[in-house]
Design a protein around this ligand. Structure first.
Ligand code: ADP
Ligand code: MG
Length: 255
């Protein structure tokens, strides 16, 4: 069914020695929707993404991806099942052109060269990369590198896209444009998106649901409007003394 969850985790937990980085996280992500994942530095967001993508394995808990149980599978198998992710520090082939970087990703997902070329063209348009398509990735401006990383993910036609801080380092215009593109692609292609970003205004604008993590656990979940006025959420950010949250007022601190 169209509204069946794309991803369900059940009591997902990851421990590092004495630290529980992800603590009993039960999460549901719907196709065609953007789920925001926020929380102070060290909350466990990137570790959760690493668990979902198979880059680290859970200590306990289950991950159901459509009909497929993911826990314990390799990152390659999970990518082939349709789960794509970006990294906080993107991993591109600096000696290849932007276009080649996308085509290589598509070939890696099993497309022929001809199919990959067509796919690369589609994603260049989708992510507004036409002007830089023939440049070597190593020479690209920062914002284009971030968009290229997403274009590479899209080239594999993922069912779920995990975006870890895609707007980090972007200026406000770039961030706004990126948000519009992510929203349009998620809706048009029915892709489930999990969006992590420090820019809470950006996350609020795009997400139909927001999940807040703190110290590894889910602290709150709800619509952006609900999260904005949740005192536990505000307290979690203030409690860390984190000063690099540019949009704290949007979750109600100024009220
Ligand atoms: P976030 O992305 O929300 O900032 P992380 O998931 O990166 O948080 O980190 C959550 C916690 O897990 C932090 O305390 C971090 O230091 C710890 N952590 C993350 N990865 C490892 C690792 N490979 N080994 C040990 N501790 C880790
Ligand atoms: Mg992180």
């Amino acid at each position: 069914p169209a509204d069946a969850p794309q991803l369900v985790t059940h009591n997902l937990t990851r421990k590092f020695d004495g630290l529980t980085a992800v603590d009993n996280v039960s999460l549901t992500v719907l196709p065609g929707r953007i789920t925001g994942l926020i929380g102070p530095n060290g909350a466990g967001k990137s570790t959760l993404v690493n668990l979902l993508s198979g880059h680290i394995s859970p200590t306990s808990g289950d991950i159901q991806f459509g009909d497929v149980a993911l826990a314990g599978r390799s990152a390659e198998a999970i990518a082939r099942a349709g789960l794509a992710r970006t990294f906080q520090n993107n991993r591109l082939f600096d000696q290849l052109t932007l276009r080649e970087n996308i085509a290589v990703a598509a070939i890696g997902m099993g497309l022929t060269r001809r199919e990959a070329a067509a796919r690369a063209e589609r994603e260049i348009l989708a992510m507004n990369l036409t002007a830089d398509a023939e440049r070597l990735a190593g020479t690209l401006p920062y914002g284009a590198r971030k968009r290229l990383d997403i274009a590479r993910c899209l080239a594999g036609e993922p069912k779920l896209l995990l975006l870890d801080e895609p707007a980090a380092g972007m200026n406000p215009d770039e961030t706004a444009d990126l948000g519009d593109r992510i929203a349009a692609i998620a809706a048009a292609r029915g892709i489930a998106v999990v969006l992590i970003d420090h820019d809470l205004e950006f996350v609020n604008r795009l997400s139909s649901e927001i999940v807040v993590m703190n110290r590894g656990a889910i602290l709150a979940r709800g619509t952006p409007a609900e999260i904005r006025k949740n005192p536990d959420v505000i307290e979690a950010y203030i409690g860390t003394g984190e000063t690099d949250v540019p949009s704290l007022p949007t979750i109600g601190v100024s009220a």
